[in-house]
Design a protein around this ligand. Structure first.
Ligand SMILES: [Zn+2]
Length: 167
């Protein structure tokens, strides 16, 4: 059973469909099929947001949708069911992606020298900085060599944390 109180799970769902989407999931019946209108009624979330959230969930395989045609009226009804069973593997994938991005970022920080504008306009690698003759293209200030060891340290620490959480 997926724990919706887990901050990692919450963060992932909020990133995917916003606070209102998460709120809808929390109030939605965890079992059985429901229509979008029933969800809106049960959760108090506006119907257009319910529909948008269901669409995103379906795209990400977090909900199952089944169509049913009423034999007398011919109307199609869309029946929805939460399916958070795959969320752990989604999260594992997200974590892997994040880890890889951080690693690339760390490599770039370690392999390059950076120059920044004291006013905070730009941050350049050596080549770009030298192309602008070490002057900020936005405000004209002298670009300053940046000691990026705090950044390297921060990234290394973040990667270590992720590694420990994965084991
Ligand atoms: Zn500047």
């Amino acid at each position: 059973m997926t724990d919706l109180n887990d901050p990692v799970v919450r963060g992932y769902l909020i990133q995917l469909m916003g606070e209102e989407g998460l709120e809808m999931i929390e109030k939605m019946p965890a079992e059985g099929e429901v229509t979008d209108e029933q969800i809106a009624e049960a959760t108090g979330v506006m119907l257009n947001i319910v529909r948008r959230t269901l669409f995103i969930m379906n795209e990400n395989k977090l909900a199952i949708c089944r169509r049913e045609r009423d034999s007398s009226s011919g109307w199609l009804t869309y029946l929805w069911q939460l399916d958070l069973s795959d969320i752990e593997s989604h999260l594992a994938k997200e974590k892997k992606k994040l880890f890889k991005n951080l690693q690339l970022r760390l490599e770039s920080e370690e392999d390059n020298v950076f120059y920044t504008c004291p006013e905070g306009c730009v941050r350049f690698q050596f080549n770009d900085a030298s192309e602008c003759e070490f002057l900020c293209p936005a405000c004209g200030e002298d670009l300053m060599f940046e000691d990026n060891s705090p950044m390297v340290e921060k990234l290394t620490k973040r990667l270590d944390e992720l590694k420990t959480n994965n084991s």
